[in-house]
Design a protein around this ligand. Structure first.
Ligand code: ZN
Ligand code: MN
Length: 480
């Protein structure tokens, strides 16, 4: 908790589940298309074209609003947000605004994002994505010109606006992960797609002017950018330098924020109602049908994991933070029903191999791992066919080759020695070799563990430790 710090967020999420754009029939999935190929008179803003609202976009954004604890009103409207920037073909963006008793698709939400902290959601609004500015050298600083691709213009976006109640950049990251998991569970947004979720943050200290940070690519960098910005503002404030209200961009290479432009004030946007789209009456039936058809949300899923699979709160939380991970868990449990064992393999071991840098596609990308592998591994351990340390070695190997654990277990001859006769021989020879430890072990239980360690060493970790320890204990009492 940092005193006097106020952080608010504006999170833009594309509704990637939609097939067409928000006001026309161009593809919603613009990725991979030739530049400016996915446009029509409506989304390129030609005079005389008229917008036609995508009904499914209203439904999906309504669902997100309800999931964030917002009220969905009976009526919504669209407003023109006027500003001149080359990514907007119409010179205004069709968005929503709370005005004259008409609000956006969601207002006044509350969301628990850790056990104890609540974020207040000011509103959820449905709006169109602008086009994409393309810098051929990768950064705007080193380009002499800017290319514009309007394929993205008009794609449905929801903007989630929070109250500036966050005080700690770490909390911001936890909250963003939760939002991400919610929209994944609702099936409205594939967060793995590059640019599908973008977060702007505003930050101020001790009643001073508000600075907005844009251009941040990942949630990790949102945390870094905020931490940087708080230090910068505090330092300026100590030296009595004025903090300007401005927009700053996050420089991903140098890991600093830098001035971009002076910020428009709300009144500069000259919001006014879009005359070509009438007020949309949603009605109670619409809202109750959204509630009925709501998919399972992360919080509900967590409760189910704890009750049905007897997982600990912590393990359940790690799994539900990422929908792909929890789907992977449930798919493994369907193949072999040993939920605790499987969850532990995923959370404690498999997570170590996962590259958690964001927007890199699937979290398993680069790993040749499937649910059947973890199921097989858990079964081998449960049935005492391999011990844990062998299983760990095998897991590392599978992630590279995609072989089945049972095949590998046979191949590297890792099958456990559970033949009591063979283990007894090993115990015998250790008792001969470690005479003083044997004497010691008669009074000191730690020394028995030392002997067990020696037996395991001699058998290269393949002896069943339970059988070995039983034999050691028996031999110690018999020689008393
Ligand atoms: Zn279009
Ligand atoms: Mn917006």
């Amino acid at each position: 908790m940092l005193l006097g710090v106020k952080i608010g967020l504006e999170i833009h999420c594309q509704l990637t589940a939609l097939r067409s754009k928000l006001f026309c029939s161009c593809h919603s999935d613009y990725r991979g298309e030739l530049p400016n190929d996915n446009v029509c008179p409506i989304c390129s803003g030609l005079p005389g074209s008229l917008p036609l609202l995508n009904q499914r976009a209203v439904e999906l954004s309504g669902m997100v609003s309800l999931a964030l604890g917002c009220t969905v009103p009976d009526k919504i409207r669209f407003y023109r947000k006027n500003y001149f920037y080359p990514d907007l073909p119409k010179n205004f963006q069709l968005s929503q605004y709370n005005f004259y008793g008409i609000s956006s698709i969601g207002v006044d939400g509350k969301l628990d994002y850790t056990g104890s902290k609540k974020a207040v959601i000011r509103r959820v609004q449905l709006e169109e994505d602008p086009g994409r500015l393309v810098y051929e050298t990768g950064t705007r600083d080193t380009n002499f010109y800017t290319l514009i691709d309007y394929n993205r213009a008009g794609v449905s976006l929801i903007e989630i606006v929070t109250e500036p109640d966050f005080t700690d950049p770490k909390d911001v990251r936890i909250f963003l992960n939760k939002i991400s998991s919610i929209i994944e569970h609702l099936g409205v947004c594939d967060t793995k797609l590059e640019g599908s979720v973008r977060c702007d943050a505003n930050v101020s200290i001790e009643g001073k002017k508000k600075v907005e940070i844009k251009n941040v690519n990942s949630f990790k960098d949102v945390e870094k950018a905020l931490t940087y910005e708080i230090t910068r503002q505090k330092t300026m404030s100590i030296h009595d330098i004025e903090i300007k209200a401005e927009t700053r961009h996050w420089d991903d290479l140098r890991k600093i924020t830098k001035q971009a432009r002076t910020k428009e004030e709300e009144q500069d946007y000259r919001y006014f109602p879009e005359p070509d789209i009438p007020t949309i009456v949603l009605g109670n039936e619409f809202i109750s049908s959204l509630k009925e058809n709501m998919p399972e949300l992360p919080d509900e899923r967590k409760v189910r994991f704890v009750t049905d699979y007897k997982l600990s709160e912590h393990v359940a939380q790690v799994l539900i933070d990422n929908k792909e991970l929890s789907d992977f868990f449930e798919a493994s449990v369907k193949i072999y029903s040993s939920p605790k064992e499987i969850a532990n393999w995923i959370v404690t071991d498999l997570m170590g191999f996962i590259d958690d840098s964001e927007h890199k596609g699937s979290i398993f990308s680069g790993l040749k791992i499937e649910a059947k592998h973890i199921a097989d591994l858990a079964r081998l351990v449960d049935q005492n066919i391999i011990n844990r340390s062998t299983a760990k070695t095998i897991l590392r190997q599978i992630t590279k080759t995609g072989e089945m654990p049972s095949q590998l277990a046979a191949k590297i001859n890792a099958s456990k020695i559970d033949d009591a006769g063979v283990i007894a021989e090993a115990v015998e020879s250790i008792f001969v070799r470690e005479k003083s430890a044997v004497i010691d072990a008669k009074t000191n239980p730690n020394a028995a563990n030392f002997l067990l360690g020696k037996v395991m060493q001699l058998t290269k970790g393949k002896a069943d430790p339970k059988i070995a320890l039983n034999l050691i204990t028996a031999k110690l009492t018999e020689s008393n």
